[in-house]
Every structure is written in structure tokens, then in C-alpha cells.
Write a protein that binds this ligand. Structure first.
Ligand code: NAD
Length: 281
């Protein structure tokens, strides 16, 4: 059993913290305010209670939460053997968090970056220990998705990779090895699809319902691209498409203005109660 740090208690951090705890580890979950962390504990409690109903294992929410301590500020991670960073998909925020992690953590702590599209080598270059930084692209919802993308940066060592694989195994995950390129495999494809689906709504070609109906009805996808956007977070989609656009300098990734407007208006999808669809709390 190890102490694992989880930075960011948003959509992904909540799922990662729960999954690491059920993998038998103690977790220190960090975010920027007590309110966010209190909401995270409530969400983890609810998700554990619903786990069996959603096809997962039976979980005792109190047992899972007993393994998770929460804290404001990265200093609380000083004793962690491995830290999984899940903060907002924004380069300035990621850069600051990784610079601080590099200052605080002992040199042998592994740092896992969970990002939709930012290259791992770029993140690793922020600190003085790029050999201990590795990318894991978790899928959402984390406890329910058995496969991740595992992405070494340019300087990632075999030891860092092995310690990460060991953690993933304890979490019940399988991984697909992917080279370090913005968006990796999944989001090079998925973000283009969602961005183009948003353009269809933006241009009035079809409603969100019709776009998703085509993907579910004609292709047999379990969810359409705009339902998926709401699950991921419309803001996270926008930030990811912006990262791809900037990285590849390719106009095919031009972000749809509708995604920008929805992000500014707070229509962030399920997590805010409204995105392409409206949700009851
Ligand atoms: N949402 C998805 O489906 C999904 C899937 C795979 C990967 N990702 C990636 O995972 C990361 C997190 O995404 P998310 O959807 O959970 O985002 P989110 O916006 O739901 O949560 C981000 C969290 O980071 C916190 N945060 C911001 N700055 C911080 C700081 N300095 N210290 C501590 N916490 C800080 C925020 O308060 C927030 O709670 C992003 O890089 C995203 O691209 C997201």
C-alpha cells in the first residue's frame, strides 16, 4: 500500500481518487478550495453507492472515503510516492502546478500527468526531473473504464514506467502504449469529431439531438459526440481543441465558436447542469 497524491478534484480527479483508493492505496486529494473538496467527497460517496447499479463492484462508500484525505495546497503531497495530476486543461495552470510539484516532491516521486492533449515532454520540461514524469490518459468515468493510454515523455525512464504500470494494475487498468504526440491516439480523433459535431449545430445543419441520433442510430455508438462532450465537459473540449490547434498549427483543429460561447456562458455540460443538454442535479 502506498500514499498516492491526486491533484485536481474535478471530473477526472474524483474518479481517479476513488479508483486509486479501491486499488488499496491511501490517497491525498488536493484542490484549490475546501468547497471543491467537500463536493468531491460527496460525489465519491454517491458514485460508490451507485457503483453496483452501474455495473461496477459493490463498494462501501465509508470505507473508500476513509482512505482519502483532502487538502488545499500541494504541500500536502510531500509524502506521496506517486502523484497523479488532473488539473484544468490549460497550459498556464498545468505549467504552474508542475513547477510547484517539482519543487515540493522528493526526486524519486513519480509524477503522472493526466491530460487530453498536452504533450508529456512539454509538461516534463517544466521541472528539473523529466525522467520521473509520464502521461496516463484516463478515460471518463475513470472507475468504469478499464483501458488507458500510457505515454512516456522523451526522458521518461523505464523505472518510472514500471512504477506507473504497477499502479495501473492495482487500479484494475490495462494500458495501450502510445507515443508522445498532442492528443495521443484517442483525442486526435475524438476532439475533431466533437468539434465538427459542434459546427453542425452552430451552422444550424442539425440539432444536438439529431447529431447524436445519427451516431447512435446509424453507427450503433452508445453515445453521440455531443452527449460525449457534455460528459467530458464542454470547456475541457474547447481547451483540448485549442491545444491541438496550437500544437499542430493546422486549421483542421480550428475551435468551433459555439464551444467558446458555451464555455464563456458556463454551459460546461453535466458538471454544470447544462451543456448541449440540460441535466437534473
Ligand atoms: N473530462 C474528461 O472526460 C477527461 C478525460 C481524460 C482526460 N482529461 C484531462 O484531465 C484533466 C482534468 O480534467 P477534468 O475534466 O477533471 O477538469 P475539471 O475542470 O473538471 O477539473 C479540474 C480541477 O482542477 C482544479 N485545479 C485547477 N488549478 C489547480 C491547482 N493549482 N491546484 C489544484 N487543483 C487545481 C480545479 O479546481 C478543478 O477542480 C485535464 O487535463 C483534462 O484534459 C479529462
Amino acid at each position: 500500500m502506498a500514499v498516492i497524491g491526486v491533484v485536481g478534484a474535478g471530473v477526472m480527479g474524483i474518479g481517479v481518487a476513488q479508483n486509486v483508493a479501491t486499488g488499496g492505496h491511501d490517497v491525498v486529494l488536493v484542490d484549490t478550495s475546501d468547497e471543491v473538496l467537500a463536493d468531491a467527497r460527496t460525489a465519491i460517496y454517491r458514485n460508490c453507492r451507485l457503483s453496483r447499479m452501474m455495473g461496477g463492484p459493490t463498494l462501501d462508500p465509508d470505507e473508500v472515503l476513509a482512505r482519502i484525505t483532502t487538502a488545499v495546497g500541494l504541500e500536502a503531497l510531500a509524502k506521496a510516492e506517486l502523484v497523479i495530476e488532473n488539473v484544468t486543461e490549460n497550459w498556464e495552470i498545468k505549467r504552474e502546478v508542475h513547477a510547484e510539484l517539482d519543487r515540493i516532491l522528493p526526486a524519486d516521486t513519480v509524477v503522472v500527468a493526466n491530460t487530453s492533449a498536452i504533450p508529456i515532454t512539454r509538461i516534463a520540461a517544466v521541472g528539473g526531473h523529466p525522467e520521473r514524469v509520464v502521461g496516463v490518459h484516463f478515460m471518463n468515468p475513470v472507475p468504469a473504464k478499464p483501458v488507458v493510454e500510457l505515454i512516456p515523455g522523451f526522458h521518461t525512464t523505464p523505472e518510472t514506467l514500471q512504477r506507473t504500470r504497477d499502479l495501473l494494475t492495482s487500479m484494475g487498468k490495462r494500458w495501450v502504449d502510445v507515443k508522445d504526440a498532442s492528443g495521443f491516439v484517442s483525442n486526435r480523433v475524438l476532439m475533431l469529431t466533437i468539434n465538427e459535431a459542434a459546427y453542425l449545430v452552430h451552422e444550424g445543419v442539425a440539432t444536438a439531438e439529431s447529431v447524436d441520433d445519427v451516431f447512435r442510430g446509424c453507427f450503433g455508438h452508445p453515445m453521440g459526440p455531443l452527449e460525449t462532450a457534455d460528459l467530458i465537459g464542454v470547456d475541457t473540449i474547447l481547451y483540448s481543441v485549442e491545444v491541438l490547434y496550437e500544437h499542430y498549427a493546422d486549421s483542421k483543429y480550428r475551435p468551433c465558436p459555439l464551444l467558446k460561447q458555451m464555455t464563456d456562458a458556463g454551459l460546461h455540460g453535466r458538471k454544470s447542469g447544462r451543456g448541449f443538454y440540460t441535466y437534473n442535479s
